[in-house]
Design a protein. Structure first.
Length: 588
């Protein structure tokens, strides 16, 4: 590419030198012609000589004029050729430099495209990984929301159950207060019965003294016995009322036991629900983002439950104390009953003695004995009733033992519940630490996303730079195409000038041929310019072939430029597709 224009310049310089030599040769030949013309003037006739001279002068003038025109045209053509050659050399250098630059830029673009494709693949893999992580996070959030809703529903249900239980405990407290009031009333009634029993014992002692003092007071004793019978009837009624009250007490006790069994069942249900909640808490506390407010609420509720449990424990202790007090009172009553039974036995013995004395003394004592027998029968019935009451009291003591055992079980359950609460607090602390770690991970993910966005921005800047470079290349290609068109126009103009020169050369050939026809006796003098003209024609044909080869080279360069344009278009399309992919990834 670089050697061709230099060889063409050398050819053009050699052609100029040959043309100058030919002009010198032509001048020498003209001088020869002049000498020969002088000889012709001396040898031939004068008219012929004048004609020849006149023709020679005309020919000289024409030759000079043609030589001047030819020299001018040759100088013009040479100057134009020099300019064209210089321009073509400059253009060839420019094109070679541009082609080298384009090749280097093409390699750079190919390398940058490969790098961009690799970066794109890595970015796509990272984006796919991030999308998968994002989908996992969304699924986890949906599951957390669902579990949160379930937890809220469970929490509301448990709040309702807790309110129901609190209302139930309140009702139990009210019933316990009623039970305590009833026990107090029964205690007062038992005290009244004991006082009446003591008064009856005092009356019995007074009767015995009266029986011992005199028989005259039998009528008073009969009246007193009748009074005693009424009192015994009242005592029997009171015993019946006591039995009824004991039955009521047992019924109340059974109701209390049933309620306590219900409470135990509900507590077991609550403990099972608390265990299930404890199992769900690990997941919920690990995933919830807005659980701090709910934690505070739960802590408040836990504190309230602890306070309520403390109140229940205090109430249970109070119940234990009251139960122990009741048990002590019952033991005391049992002792009093045993003491009264012993006294009744002594009184029965005394009555038997009185009956024997009464039979010995009078027949009327039989009636008194019959009444005493009835009294003894009633006393035996009362003893049986007392035994039954003792059995019931023993049952009541067993029930109290069961209650104490149940209260101890409740205490154990409360301890377990407290341990579960402590474990829940530990889990809450673990959840807080896990939530902090989750926030840190989210912060890291956000930083990675920012870095990827910065990378995308740098890639976009690189794409914009490549776009600008492509625009510059396209502008340079347009300029090169304009220069090629201009050089094509110059070459066409140069060809038209060569055609004109060829036409003039053919005209000169015809004139020389005419001149040789007029002078056939001198073949040697005409052969030399004819040969010079043929050489000129050959040189001109060589120039035309070189011009054609230069045109072919220009076409090849145009084909290369078109190929480069197609490659640049493909690169621009690839860059646009990469841009679209990057924008789509940024939008996602």
């Amino acid at each position: 590419m670089y050697n061709e224009p230099t060889s063409q310049a050398e050819v053009y310089h050699s052609d100029e030198f040959q043309l100058q030599q030919k002009l010198i040769h032509y001048k020498a030949e003209l001088e020869k012609y002049k000498a020969k013309v002088q000889e012709y003037e001396n040898s031939h006739k004068y008219n012929q000589v004048k004609k020849l001279l006149f023709e020679n002068e005309q020919l000289k003038e024409e030759m000079e004029y043609q030589n001047q025109q030819w020299e001018n045209t040759q100088q013009r053509t040479v100057n134009e050729k020099k300019k064209v050659i210089l321009n073509m050399q400059y253009v060839n250098k420019k094109l070679a430099d541009d082609i080298k630059d384009l090749k280097t830029e093409n390699k750079q673009y190919a390398d940058s495209l490969k790098r961009a494709e690799k970066d794109k693949q890595t970015m796509q893999e990272q984006l796919e990984h991030m999308e998968q992580q994002h989908l996992k996070v969304l699924k986890d959030l949906e599951n957390v929301k669902k579990e949160k809703e379930c937890y809220r529903t469970d929490f509301e249900e448990k709040n309702q159950e807790f309110e129901e239980q609190s209302a139930f405990t309140r009702s139990l407290k009210e019933r316990m207060t009623q039970y305590e009031t009833k026990l107090k009333e029964k205690k007062t009634a038992l005290e009244q019965i004991e006082s009446k029993h003591k008064s009856s014992l005092a009356k019995i002692t007074a009767l015995t003294e009266r029986f011992e003092q005199s028989e005259q007071q039998r009528e008073e004793l009969d009246q007193e016995r009748s009074n005693l019978q009424h009192e015994l009837l009242s005592m029997s009624e009171e015993n019946k009322s006591l039995k009824r009250e004991l039955a009521r007490m047992t019924a109340d006790k059974n109701e209390a036991l049933q309620e306590r069994t219900k409470i135990n069942k509900e507590n077991s249900i609550l403990f099972s629900s608390l265990r299930s909640l404890h199992q769900h808490a690990d997941l919920l506390f690990y995933r919830l983002e807005k659980a701090k407010s709910e934690k505070q609420r739960l802590q408040k509720q836990l504190t309230e439950q602890e306070q309520h449990k403390e109140q229940l424990a205090f109430h249970v202790i109070h119940l234990n104390k009251s139960a122990t007090h009741h048990i002590a009172e019952r033991c005391r009553l049992q002792k009093d009953l045993t003491h009264t039974s012993k006294k009744m036995l002594q009184k029965n013995e005394q009555l038997q003695q009185l009956d024997e004395l009464y039979q010995q003394k009078t027949s009327e004592s039989e009636k008194l004995q019959h009444q005493a027998n009835q009294l003894s029968y009633r006393i035996a019935q009362k003893e049986q009733e007392k035994q039954k009451l003792e059995q019931k009291l023993s049952q009541f003591a067993d029930d109290n033992k069961q209650l104490t055992d149940h209260i101890s079980q409740l205490k154990q359950q409360n301890d377990k519940h407290a341990s579960s609460i402590t474990s829940l607090r530990k889990d809450i602390k673990q959840y807080e630490s896990a939530s902090i770690e989750h926030e840190k991970a989210q912060h890291q993910l956000q930083q990675e996303l920012k870095q990827e966005r910065d990378k995308n921005k740098t890639l976009q800047d690189q794409f914009e730079q490549t776009k600008q470079e492509q625009q510059q290349l396209s502008q340079s290609l347009w300029k090169a195409s304009d220069e090629n068109d201009r050089y094509k126009d110059e070459i066409s103009h140069y060809r038209s000038l060569h055609e004109g020169m060829m036409g003039k050369i053919h005209e000169l050939k015809e004139e020389v041929a005419q001149f040789t026809v007029e002078k056939p006796n001198e073949p040697d003098t005409h052969s030399v310019p004819h040969e010079g003209l043929e050489e000129l024609e050959q040189q001109i044909e060589q120039l035309i072939t070189r011009i054609n080869s230069y045109g072919k080279n220009l076409r090849k360069s145009e084909d290369l430029i078109s190929q480069l344009e197609t490659e640049i278009k493909q690169q621009t399309s690839d860059i646009h597709s990469l841009k679209d992919m990057l924008f789509a990834s940024d939008r996602e």
